[in-house]
Ligand binder design. Structure first.
Ligand code: HEC
Length: 115
């Protein structure tokens, strides 16, 4: 009987860990911070992450970019080593590699227009 109880407690512990991981993936995502700090938002909105843009230029909303391209591709695209539909991104990412990785990883998770 004691073993069963321990097992159930263990299960709850695992579920709680998962819950914490998902909760922190929201607002505090490091890639989102890089996005904001790098001023990507001067041209792009990411409605799924509640980021609006004041830009009048026709830069695409990035809410679902992760369902089209993966993080690896985006990492290269943002430093003009890859093209989309024959076109390179208009600006090249200037920050450190570390930030580029965080940014691309975050963009890769954006798969749904709803949050
Ligand atoms: C000066 C305006 C501007 C800035 C700043 C900018 N972008 Fe873009 N971005 C664009 C435009 C315009 C396009 C569309 C290019 C095309 O159609 O070939 C684009 C395309 C993209 C795409 C591909 C979207 C798609 O669905 O085709 C991604 C991803 C992207 N940008 C990410 C970023 C990130 C991340 C940053 C910040 C590091 C950033 N952009 C900063 C103007 C900008």
């Amino acid at each position: 009987m004691k073993n069963v109880l321990a097992y159930i407690l263990f299960l709850f512990f695992i579920i709680a860990l998962y819950g914490a991981a998902f909760a922190s993936a929201g607002e505090e995502s490091p890639g989102k911070k890089v996005f904001v700090a790098s001023k990507c938002g001067t041209c792009h909105a990411v409605q799924s992450a509640k980021l609006e843009t004041k830009s009048k230029k026709p830069a695409p909303d990035l809410s679902t970019i992760g369902s089209v391209k993966n993080a690896d591709f985006l990492k290269k695209y943002l430093v003009k080593q890859e093209k989309m539909e024959g076109k390179a991104h208009p600006v090249s990412f200037k920050g450190p590699d570390e930030d580029l990785k965080k940014l691309a990883d975050w963009l890769g998770t954006l798969k749904s227009a709803k949050k």
